[in-house]
Design a protein around this ligand. Structure first.
Ligand SMILES: C[S@@+](CC[C@H](N)C(=O)[O-])C[C@H]1O[C@@H](n2cnc3c(N)ncnc32)[C@H](O)[C@@H]1O
Length: 268
């Protein structure tokens, strides 16, 4: 695994996001140990500024977590189109959202080639996925084409300090690749997102989401670190890493991990 896997379509579709198991290992760490109890997906939902009756497209919807976490407050007049290029992730989202009292539309689609007509959606959501897209200008052109004039793009991504303590552990317990900071090898992050968006959008704002992890168990940290999106723990280092985490938790009561997350809101 390497940082270049971040935009390797075959690896992402056939391995990392073949199904939701890797993604869920990471999600669980955030769900169980985040200090901010509102949670990122609830917060994102509150930022959406869309007409009462509207059509919303989510790119790279993953396991559908945004809609699941906000299921009791989905306005019936929102036509929500969930898309992902991984059939396995879409399947997971469909399964998860089945009990919801809302009619979703499903689309297996690459964000670089959106199968919707020009100026046909009021908002596009692209959370934690633009850094996977190999040709970002092509994706931006597609977002611009599909959005109505005045329509909004919402795009969550990470910044340089995101999970920096885990980065230090990767460095120590075996990732072959040097990890300078969380944005190394990341094409779309909090530091450069505005530059990617500005050529296509009239206004771009960045809102930060305040949060950190305080984890008092070794196993969920291990599961996260072995879920292998960018960096990996070498197999023979898993045991020593587990021992180190247990020792740190016994000594300090918990491990604190900083987050550096935010959302760009941009108007077409
Ligand atoms: C980190 S997950 C984020 C899932 C979801 N947006 C969330 O925040 O919970 C990234 C998702 O983007 C999808 N993805 C990656 N590259 C894509 C592309 N070029 N087009 C569409 N989906 C893509 C992956 O299959 C995966 O489901």
């Amino acid at each position: 695994m390497s940082a270049s896997n971040l935009t390797n379509q075959a690896y992402l579709q056939n391995d990392q996001y073949k199904d939701a198991s890797n993604f869920n290992a990471r999600l669980q760490l955030h769900e169980r140990y985040s200090l901010n109890k509102e949670g990122l997906h609830r917060w994102v939902f509150e930022q959406l500024d869309v007409p009462q009756t509207c059509r919303i497209l989510e790119l790279g919807c993953g396991a559908g977590e945004l809609w699941w976490q906000n299921r009791e407050r989905l306005p019936p007049d929102w036509a929500i189109v969930l898309s992902d290029f991984s059939p396995g992730m879409l399947h997971e989202a469909q399964h998860k959202l089945r009990p919801c009292n809302h009619l979703f539309t499903w689309l297996t689609a690459d964000a670089q080639q959106i199968p919707l007509t020009d100026a046909s959606v009021d908002a596009i959501i692209a959370n934690h996925m633009l850094y996977h897209v190999p040709d970002l200008p092509r994706c931006m052109a597609e977002i611009h084409r599909v959005l109505k004039p005045g329509g909004r793009l919402y795009a969550v991504t990470n910044g340089a300090r995101h999970l920096q303590q885990l980065g230090e552990l990767y460095q120590r317990f075996g990732s072959r690749e040097k990890r300078d900071d969380a944005t190394a090898g990341l094409t779309f992050h909090l530091g450069n997102g505005e530059a990617h968006l500005a050529p296509w959008m009239t206004e771009v704002h960045l809102k930060r989401f305040d949060d950190a992890l305080v984890v008092d168990e070794a196993e969920p940290v291990l599961a996260y670190m072995c879920s292998g999106l960018r960096y990996q723990v070498e197999p023979d280092r898993v045991g020593p890493l587990r021992a180190f985490l247990e020792q740190e938790i016994a000594r300090h009561g918990a491990i604190r991990v900083d987050k550096d997350v935010g959302m760009f809101e941009a108007i077409r």
